[in-house]
Ligand binder design. Structure first.
Ligand code: SF4
Length: 229
């Protein structure tokens, strides 16, 4: 096993490397995108002892919940649910209904970033499914980097992968994926903040459509947050 990993290291070797380095202090936070399904497939096939969880905001698509169960059954793994302390109804009591329409950053902080921060406490590293092609904010991501925002190692085994690389792996391994991808949703998040993407549009343009927001905040560096503040 190489001591270091880079863009040329295979997905499986990056995961093995991270697992050997961090042991049970390594986790994978999946949002069930196509990339996340590919990583779960690799973890499941190699039977790597990597903790898995997802941020269940309470407003995911029914198809996403179904995919969650499908992946668990297919690979014999448990994908833990990490939920915000307040339900959607309680959040509406606190801040008014449909906070995502008025203050999406605040809603993401309450339902994603805060719960993620708590979920990562105690871990030494986390795996993510980001690719450089996704957004300008992700364009400089490395396979392994220090995540100053959450204070741990961040392992991004797919950073150098293309869209076609991801789908080639899905078809080759018959990996379960969200059927919404075939209905015009290349990037899928919470139901209220995800819309259909037209041909020729950026694949992530269906997320927070009509607003300048491109990220939920999970992958923004502290530096990038300062610049956008
Ligand atoms: S994606 Fe939308 S609904 Fe989900 S946490 Fe962010 S603002 Fe709220």
């Amino acid at each position: 096993m190489a001591d270091m990993v880079d863009d040329k290291t295979s997905l499986e070797d990056v995961l093995r490397w991270a697992s050997q380095k961090l042991g049970d202090r390594l986790t994978f936070a999946t949002g069930f995108g196509a990339e996340g399904c590919v990583i779960i497939d690799a973890i499941g096939r190699a039977k790597l002892p990597i903790d898995l969880f997802t941020l269940d905001t309470g407003v995911l698509f029914p198809e996403t919940y179904e995919l969650w169960h499908q992946l668990e059954a297919r690979y014999g793994v448990t994908i833990r649910a990490v939920r915000p302390p307040r339900s959607i109804a309680e959040q509406a009591d606190d801040h008014g209904p449909r906070l995502w329409e008025r203050e999406p950053d605040r809603c993401c902080d309450l339902r994603k970033v805060g719960p993620l921060r708590e979920a990562l406490a105690g871990f030494g590293g986390w795996i993510t499914a980001i690719r450089r092609e996704h957004t300008p904010e992700r364009a400089t991501a490395q396979v392994v980097e220090q995540d100053a925002k959450f204070g741990l190692v961040k392992v991004n085994p797919l950073v150098a992968w293309t869209h076609d690389d991801v789908w080639a792996r899905i078809y080759a391994n018959d990996v379960p994926y969200n059927p919404l991808h075939e209905r015009g949703y290349p990037s899928i998040g919470c139901m209220p903040c995800t819309s259909v993407v037209q041909i020729g549009e950026n694949p992530r343009s269906g997320r927070w459509r009509g607003s300048a927001k491109r990220e939920c905040g999970l992958h923004l560096t502290a530096d990038a947050e300062e610049k956008s503040a």
